[in-house]
Design a protein around this ligand. Structure first.
Ligand code: NAI
Length: 291
């Protein structure tokens, strides 16, 4: 169990902006050495230069949707630091759309960035965490959209549901395989101050017209406007960072940052806590392996 981040090594994807950059700053403030990664090389270089003023930073440009990139990121991180203690699967994109109108290219893009990225992160880092036996933790920055579905959210909700399930599966597999050195945390924020409402910054050239066109549908335009306003006035990233690292130290499986009213928190907890079969195993046969 990880008691602190002092001297530990944290790898964070999508770390050139928003939540990822704040998590990098937060890990560094807690004494961690950093491996930061992002698809936008220029923004990553800028973030790395700033972070390097306060501690050791390795910056590795990578597209998380591409296995060869994530595999190379893992190799670079291990070559530099030997053992990785914390992997934060953070990179993600949001663009509204209607289920039948979103192009196959856009579906593939969001599936790649939000969903395949977490498969890649797990496969590139977890085997070496298991082999090393050192204190380690995997965090997935999912979303409240990973347990709820909103209109216009088809690509986002679908992929966030998938990574919630995948990360829960990771948690359960580590339990049954008696791997005790790796903790798992799933973060499900509502709206948090960041640059997520500007998917144009990383969408492929071929997607730019489609990303612009989502403003043509009055319902989607209104939804995006509400979302932008929500993100602008959302939870400050620093608050999210506190909650994430507290959960890592406590080995909490779920973090539900924005569900602040008693009712919404209870609802969210009920949804999240009922998901994992660890407390009510099915089939009962596997119960002994989930203790
Ligand atoms: P952001 O847009 O500020 O940061 C995302 C970063 O990911 C950017 O630096 C971007 O360049 C990078 N990125 C995009 N595609 C990439 C790719 N293919 N490979 C590598 N990096 C890539 O957005 P934010 O909000 O900081 O997003 C971080 C995570 O938080 C995402 O997974 C998002 O879905 C999640 N989230 C955000 C919420 C919010 O309200 N801001 C709410 C719930 C979840």
């Amino acid at each position: 169990m990880m008691r602190d981040l002092n001297g530990k090594v944290a790898v964070i994807t999508g770390a050139a902006s928003g939540i990822g950059l704040a998590l990098a700053r937060g890990a560094q403030a807690r004494g961690a050495r950093l491996v930061i990664s992002d698809i936008r090389a220029d923004a990553l270089t800028e973030a790395a230069a700033d972070l390097a003023r306060h501690g050791e930073v390795l910056a590795v440009p990578a597209d998380v949707s591409d296995w060869t990139h994530v595999s190379a990121l893992a190799d670079a991180a291990h070559d530099r630091f030997g053992a990785i203690n914390l992997l934060i699967n953070n990179a993600g994109v949001f663009a509204s759309g209607l289920t039948w109108e979103v192009s196959l290219e856009q579906y593939d893009w969001v599936i790649g960035v939000n969903q395949r990225s977490v498969i890649h992160g797990i496969k590139a880092f977890v085997p070496r965490m298991i082999a090393g036996g050192h204190d380690a933790h995997v965090v997935t920055i999912a979303s409240g959209a990973g347990i709820t579905v909103n209109p216009g959210f088809c690509t986002y909700s679908m992929t966030k549901h998938a990574v919630v399930a995948l990360t829960e599966a990771l948690y359960l597999d580590l339990l049954t395989q008696r791997v005790s050195n790796i903790g798992v945390t799933i973060v499900m924020p509502g709206v948090v101050q960041s640059n997520i409402m500007f998917p144009e910054k990383t969408g492929h050239a071929a997607l730019q017209d489609e990303l612009k066109a989502r403003q043509d549908n009055p319902v989607l335009a209104a939804l995006e406007a509400v979302m932008r306003a929500g993100v602008d006035s959302g939870l400050p990233v620093a608050d999210l960072v506190e909650q994430v690292y507290a959960a890592v130290m406590a080995r909490d499986l779920y973090v539900l940052p924005n569900f602040t009213s008693d009712v919404s928190r209870a609802q969210a907890q009920a949804i999240a806590m009922g998901r994992v079969t660890a407390t009510d195993p099915y089939p009962a046969l596997i119960a002994p392996w989930l203790q």
